[in-house]
Design a protein around this ligand. Sequence first.
Ligand code: HEC
Length: 383
Amino acid sequence: MERFATGLRFPFGMAFNTAGDLFFSDNRGGDNPTEEINFAQRGHFYGQHPEKYPGHPPVTLPLVQVQHGYGMAGLTFNPPGNDFGGTAGDLFAACWGPDWLWERGSIIRVRLAKQPAGGYRAVEFPFAREVPKVSDVAFGPQGDLYVAQFGQETVGHQPFGKPTGGFYRFIAVPGLKPATPEARYPVLAGDRSHGQALFTERGCAGCHALDASRQLLGPDLTGIGDMFTEEEILAAIRKPSEGIKSGYETELITFRDGETVQGRVLTADASGLTLLGPGNLPLRLARDQIAEHQSLPTSMMPEGLLDGMSETEITDLLSYLGVRDRRPGLRQRSYRTAYGWLHQLLPQVSMKVKAVVIAGCGLLLAAGTLSHWRRNAKQRQSG
Ligand code: HEC
């Protein structure tokens, strides 16, 4: 056995292309500032937990810092002979979506081009949005894309939520163009430098970095505005314990002498664990000192941090965090926006009916333009 590469965090998907090169997905968190797709190369170090690998080579940066998905999971290549809407040879990736938000998830597609020097150039495209909790993807014998979806359940494996949990099949429809990268929503209009001051004044800076530079008690908030909506971020700040980010749970350690300490576990091994406690001080605790180790259902982030702040101040803070203004119409006008508006007006109406309505409007517009042009032409002839 050989150790091929190190410094991975949560590599839930790996796939070889026809050239025999290996690619893997990795998740944001710890030392990874974004969701990633990487090109796996022998002997390379991918950046996670450098202290575990003394003398490691310089960090290999991700091939793709993923923009259209969160929680990277399974990967597969579309075989080179399978057109599937003009995506032959492309890499498809399942994206789980942010932790506990059950309705979230997506599928992305990456076009890769091998460079003469041996590396790859990659461009990412959205493939399917708002597909709840996708765990894996695979191409079937007829060239269709099969997608595995997580079956939602509560603690104790009791049924809960929508009847998810199954395989779905995506069939290519002739004539449908693959999606292009999305124009992003603009960041909320606010005073960002005032927001930065508030980030320090309100204590956020003591627990959150915004540049992936340090391990603090709370998660790094880089790119948070691309991951969550304004409502979701406000909920995470107002009610921290209602959706604790995995890996950031509060651990309560009781020592043999009855003393206790709280924090989040940074590393653990046979001899003990390193706990990041209040004040971001790493504490090394030997196993034989510890009497009990418990995960608490409460977040280490205090409630009420926004109390007494005006709407404008909250907007300034959110604007500094890069939270986006997702009101419809703020993104580029497109067929998709038209569909989005219709979806907001008529959420229950099926996609087919909406497509017919959009096509109908298009035809009416075309007919109108044609008759207008004819009338003009006639006037020019008679005049
Ligand atoms: C005492 C430390 C502490 C302070 C102060 C603090 N946080 Fe947190 N924060 C945390 C921890 C720990 C988590 C992860 C657990 C959780 O999800 O509640 C967290 C989670 C979050 C999340 C969700 C992140 C994600 O990826 O799910 C956001 C957003 C956030 N904090 C924003 C803020 C803002 C804004 C402030 C200042 C007004 C603030 N926090 C102050 C510790 C803190």
